[in-house]
Design a protein around this ligand. Structure first.
Ligand SMILES: CCCCCCCCCC/C=C/CC(=O)SCCNC(=O)CCNC(=O)[C@H](O)C(C)(C)COP(=O)(O)OP(=O)(O)OC[C@H]1O[C@@H](n2cnc3c(N)ncnc32)[C@H](O)[C@@H]1OP(=O)(O)O
Length: 244
């Protein structure tokens, strides 16, 4: 089990992403480890998504390093040979949602206050093609088109209806259920399951691998625009004001 613990809200900073990728790589190379449950140690928060401060007012070199780390994390998780189960025990916007979508199975706590989705459009930014591809592979084209254009965050019951998560359980039963699902998936021979998983995900993974440097350039170009920087600053201010 991997438990995110980066207070206050498990934002995906460069350090967090690097550590996450290294942990995944270690587990992947450990023949005794056939599956991983991903959850959070922070109450009410799975992950608040990419750390916005990493995308504000930084150098081009920093943006490149950060984006490469985001790509690396996704390539490792989405391309993992292990069984991956997300036990979503709190809010899961944007990059948090991407992590859950990249797993093989998603179980969410049945709390309508917890929401999940790719809300990038609400921040005035665009979900990259591989976020979009991952989303489409889970919910299908029509639901993805609407959800991504509106940048919708769905409360747990709605997320279940759309197929964004596979099931809801009472919060106190989340890890028990995730373990039961893991046992069910691990009962199959690894080889057949791994080849099937790779077959289903290969095209989407290959697309980023083939366009990785181009994607970094797009990101830098996009995020460096003054209009985008302004949107992100305003969004951060809004988050801070919400408290007072
Ligand atoms: C051709 C086009 C090509 C385009 C290619 C480039 C495209 C670029 C794409 C970039 C992709 C980005 C994906 C992302 O993940 S962006 C991040 C999106 N995340 C969010 O919108 C979530 C924002 N946060 C919240 O909604 C809430 O914080 C919460 C998670 C629901 C928790 O709420 P709660 O009330 O418990 O906590 P607070 O809101 O008070 O937050 C506590 C402190 O944490 C700070 N915070 C929150 N989220 C983030 C974040 N994502 N990054 C950095 N910091 C964050 C918040 O400001 C508080 O700070 P404070 O204590 O100092 O006030």
């Amino acid at each position: 089990m991997m438990k995110f613990k980066s207070p206050p809200v498990n934002s995906l900073s460069l350090d967090f992403l690097t550590e996450f990728s290294i942990s995944l790589e270690k587990l992947e190379n450990d023949r005794a480890c056939r599956g991983v449950i991903i959850t959070s140690a922070i109450p009410k928060i799975f992950s608040s998504g990419l750390d916005i401060t990493e995308m504000c007012g930084k150098s081009v070199e920093h943006y490149a390093e950060f984006w490469r780390a985001v790509q690396e994390m996704w390539l490792r998780l989405y391309g993992s040979n292990m069984v991956t189960v997300a036990a979503v025990n709190g809010a899961s916007p944007a990059g948090g949602c991407l992590i859950a979508l990249s797993c093989d199975y998603r179980i969410m706590a049945e709390n309508p206050k917890f929401s999940i989705g790719l809300n990038e459009a609400q921040l005035g930014i665009v979900a990259p093609f591989w976020f979009k591809d991952t989303f489409v592979n889970v919910v299908g084209q029509r639901i993805a088109e609407r959800a991504l254009q509106l940048g919708s965050l769905y409360p747990a019951p709605e997320a279940l209806k759309l197929g964004l998560v596979d099931e809801l359980v009472p919060e106190e039963k989340l890890l028990e259920k995730a373990s039961a699902v893991m046992a069910q998936w691990l009962a199959l021979p690894d080889h057949a399951r791994q080849i099937t998983k790779s077959m289903m995900r290969k095209a989407v993974l290959d697309r980023l691998v083939a366009h990785r440097e181009e994607d970094i350039k797009y990101f830098i170009n996009f995020i460096s625009k003054e209009s985008i920087q302004k949107s992100l600053r305003m969004y951060m201010e809004m988050l801070k004001k919400k408290k007072s």
